[in-house]
Each structure stands twice: as structure tokens, then as C-alpha cells.
Design a protein around this ligand. Structure first.
Ligand SMILES: Nc1nc2c(ncn2[C@@H]2O[C@H](COP(=O)(O)OP(=O)(O)OP(=O)(O)O)[C@@H](O)[C@H]2O)c(=O)[nH]1
Ligand SMILES: [Mg+2]
Length: 446
């Protein structure tokens, strides 16, 4: 029985047979000078390349004001129509997002498939989704995107969604039926995602005793390479945008600290569609739950700093912009000397490594140790010797520097992550007497 799983069908009209010839369009305006429009178009080219389309033409148009009906001016659209015809190009991709009206009007005028940036990103996500969670999230984001854009082109949808048993009522047009079917499906997907989210809530409660570090960054920056190097994980690493869409969590071993989890998840990109961020909430949870966020940036990219800005924007949208963070500039083996100097000057606290060539990775370990130390506290806990379960909790969930036995009292000198202490303090019995540990009292230095 067919379902909406095969999202790719919503975006293409038979392009799987031979690569469709595609034209890319960027726009220059007062917010976007020509060199920026060019950079963005180069990135769009990489994205389109991921989908395997053939880029036949690129156009950068100067457009002072956005036309509400056609996005570009009608005259420009007519000229584009001519270019498409003469070069026999079957589809056009705009680097900016188009409103449903603009998309519909352009489609009619240009007589080719019209896509925008969000549509392209959604399609890449749909192609790369492997797990049930990622597939559900991308299907939801896709349908929400399609709903206001339905045209007669999508009439095959009814056949697709027929599997869930909803039929057209009498007197409904095909598009009305499609809309109704999509709304039903969206409601079902939201319920499925709520269930997935509840499962994650239970999981994260189980991890209350761990210090959580999340790798974040622009797509292709090297997040998965760092996770693999530091934890021996086996996450797919590829020179491809959005290679990873799921989250992997692994234990990280650092001398003197225990129960540290390092997670790797989906990469970010400039103008990441809002509804995609919203529907990927459960996957992005490792970031919103993290005690420390690592922002990985590709120093070899000429757009490194802009990419870092885009990452900041997404983190802001996730509500974690002020979370303790560490910036890691990766790929120093490919480094442009000038970019390196600017980055060092602008980010004196940052770490510079090459995860692939394993250069300066000890610096990252040290920086993590320092960052973790700032997120913890040193405590002295006094317990009667018969408080066995308290002793076990302390030994299992903190780093104990010293245990002293004195007149039937056990004294622990320890380090505990602040976030873990919030949980542990509630688990200890009332027999535990806690005080802050002064540096001078510490027997073993960390
Ligand atoms: N030259 C160089 N390449 C690197 C380095 N680290 C990672 N790479 C390469 O960069 C590409 C992307 O690496 P990934 O680890 O997949 O990047 P990611 O951030 O997980 O990417 P997404 O999952 O797509 O968001 C791969 O081809 C890696 O081999 C490095 O230090 N130097
Ligand atoms: Mg990855």
C-alpha cells in the first residue's frame, strides 16, 4: 500500500530518469550585494549537486524591490522564460524563498518546474532520512510546505494518501481533497512525533547523571569526524551536505571526569527553514538538553564566519544561544593563513584543530576539560558510614578526589557537574551534610 513515505515524488516530475537541466537564480538587492548573491548561488549549486541535477545556467538578477506576484519583475520573468526555452531547461531554482502565489504564477509563466531554497533543502533531507524519526520529521515539514502550494500538479497525492483510507467527498475538487488528506496526515504525523518526543523525555531523564556535550555546526564542518575520532563511533562521514540527519550519542572519556556524553546531530545551513527546525525538535533535543555546546566551523571555507553566524541564528531559534559553548575551528590542514589570523584574533578562546589529520586534537581535549571544570562544583559531603546507598550514589555519579574515614563518619571530597548535582542532591538522604570544598582542602588536583 502506498504511503507518503516517498517524499521525493512531491518535488519532481520524473527527474529520476535523466538529470533534469536546471537554471539557478539569485537576486541582488540593497540587503544582498552582488558578491554575497554569488556566494549564496555557489552554495545552492552544492545543494543541487547533492540531488544530482545538471546545472545548465546561472542568473544573478538585480531586483530593487520584491515583486509580490512574481518575486522577480514580470519583464525579467519573461526574459527568463525565453532563456529556458532556448536552452531547453526543464526546471528553475530560486536561491530565495518564494511565496505560494509567486511560485504558482512563475510556474504558469515559465512553464517549467519551479523550486525555491526551502524546497531544495527539504528534498535533500527527504533523500537522506534513514530512521523512522527522521522520515516522520521530514514528511511533516514537507507536507506543511506543500499544503499552501498545492496546484493541479499534485493530484497524484490522493493516490499516495489513499492508503490511510480517506476518500474524496462528493462535490470536492481534487485540490480540496488533497488539502483535506494532507491535513489529516499532518495531524497523524504530529501525534507520532509527540510519541517520539515523550520517548526522548524518558531517555533524557535516564541521562540526568551525565554531563552532555553537543556537537553543532554548519553542514559539512566535520562534526561527525570529531565524534568518530573522540569516541570511536562509526557515524557516516561524507563530503556532502547533510550527510547526517540523525543523532548519535556516545560516551566521551576524559581524564578525571566520568559520565560524559558527546552527541552529533543534523548540520545547519543559512536560512534553515523554520518549519524544518520545528519538526526536527526531537532530533535537536540533544542540543537543547546539552550542558555544553561545541560549535564546529570549517576554517578552510571562505565563508567560515558567515557560517558561524548562521549557526548562532539557529541556536538562537532553539533558545540555547546563551548556553556555555566552545568554538572549534576545524580543517586547519586546509587553512588559509589570512582566515586563520582573523579567526584567532576574533576568537581568542576558540580551539583550532584538524579532526581528519588529527592535528592539535589534544588542545580540544584540554579546552573541554577546562569548560567542564567551569560547569562543575567541588563539594565536601559528610555521611554516617551506614548510609550505604548515599555512598554508592556519590561514588557512581561524581568524581571523588578523596575519601576520609573519621569517627564513624565518611568524608567525601569530590567534583560534581552542576546539572548532575541538581539531580543528585534530590537523591541523597537527609543524613548527607554538604559544604563547598575550598581549593586549599583538595588533596588531588584536577
Ligand atoms: N581537510 C579536512 N577535511 C576534513 C576535516 N574534518 C572533516 N573533514 C572532511 O569534511 C567532510 C565532512 O565531514 P563530516 O564529519 O561528515 O561533517 P559533518 O559536519 O558531520 O557534516 P553533515 O553531517 O553533512 O552536517 C568529510 O569529507 C570529511 O572527511 C579536516 O580536519 N580536514
Ligand atoms: Mg555529520
Amino acid at each position: 500500500m502506498s504511503t507518503l513515505r516517498h517524499n521525493r515524488q512531491f518535488f519532481t516530475t520524473g527527474s529520476s530518469v535523466a538529470p533534469e537541466k536546471t537554471m539557478l537564480v539569485g537576486v541582488v538587492n540593497s540587503n544582498q550585494p552582488r558578491h554575497i548573491a554569488k556566494e549564496h548561488l555557489a552554495e545552492l549549486e552544492l545543494l543541487i549537486g547533492t540531488l544530482g541535477y545538471l546545472i545548465a545556467d546561472r542568473q544573478i538578477l538585480t531586483q530593487r524591490t520584491i515583486d509580490p506576484a512574481y518575486f522577480i519583475g514580470k519583464g525579467q520573468a519573461t526574459e527568463i522564460h525565453r532563456l529556458l526555452k532556448t536552452q531547453e531547461i526543464g526546471e528553475i531554482v530560486f536561491d530565495d524563498d518564494l511565496t505560494p502565489t509567486q511560485m504558482r504564477n512563475l510556474q504558469e509563466l515559465l512553464e517549467v518546474e519551479v523550486r525555491d531554497r526551502t524546497g531544495v533543502i527539504l528534498e535533500i533531507f527527504a533523500n537522506h532520512a534513514r530512521t523512522n524519526e527522521a522520515r516522520t520529521q521530514i514528511e511533516l515539514a514537507t507536507l506543511e510546505y506543500l499544503l499552501p502550494r498545492l496546484t493541479h500538479r499534485w493530484t497524484h497525492l490522493e493516490r499516495q494518501i489513499g492508503g490511510i483510507g480517506v476518500r474524496a467527498g462528493s462535490g470536492e475538487t481534487q485540490i480540496e481533497t488533497d488539502r483535506r488528506l494532507i491535513k489529516t496526515r499532518i495531524a497523524k504525523l504530529k501525534r507520532e512525533l509527540e510519541a517520539i518526543d515523550r520517548h526522548h523525555t524518558v531517555q533524557s531523564k535516564h541521562r540526568a547523571d551525565c554531563f552532555k556535550i553537543a556537537l553543532t555546526g554548519y553542514t559539512n564542518a566535520g562534526k561527525s569526524t570529531i565524534l568518530n575520532l573522540f569516541t570511536g563511533a562509526d557515524v557516516l562521514v561524507e563530503d556532502k551536505m547533510f550527510a547526517t540527519l540523525d543523532t548519535t550519542v556516545r560516551q566521551l572519556r576524559l581524564d578525571g571526569y566520568q559520565n560524559i556524553l558527546l552527541s552529533d546531530t543534523v548540520g545547519f545551513i543559512r536560512k534553515l527553514p523554520h518549519n524544518l527546525i520545528a519538526s526536527f525538535r526531537s532530533t535537536l533535543r540533544e542540543i537543547t538538553d546539552a550542558d555544553l555546546i561545541i560549535k564546529v566551523a570549517d576554517l578552510s571555507s571562505p565563508h567560515c564566519l558567515q557560517q558561524l553566524e548562521s549557526v548562532e541564528e539557529v541556536l538562537q531559534e532553539l533558545g540555547v544561544a546563551t548556553r556555555p559553548a566552545l568554538i572549534v575551528f576545524n580543517k586547519i590542514d586546509q587553512m588559509d593563513e589570512q582566515a586563520f589570523k582573523i579567526a584567532q584574533k576574533t576568537f581568542p578562546e576558540a580551539v583550532f584543530i584538524s579532526a581528519l589529520r588529527q592535528l592539535k586534537t589534544a588542545d580540544l581535549k584540554q579546552a573541554l576539560v577546562r569548560a567542564i571544570a567551569r560547569q562543575g562544583q567541588r563539594l565536601q559531603i559528610r555521611l554516617p558510614v551506614d548510609a550505604v546507598s548515599d555512598c554508592a550514589l556519590i561514588r557512581n555519579h561524581t568524581t571523588v578526589y578523596r575519601e576520609i574515614y573519621q569517627d564513624n563518619i565518611l568524608i567525601f571530597e569530590l567534583f560534581c557537574y552542576k546539572s548532575v548535582w541538581n539531580w543528585l542532591a534530590r537523591q541523597l538522604s537527609s543524613a548527607a551534610v554538604v559544604s563547598e570544598l575550598k581549593s586549599s582542602q583538595i588533596g588531588i588536583q584536577t
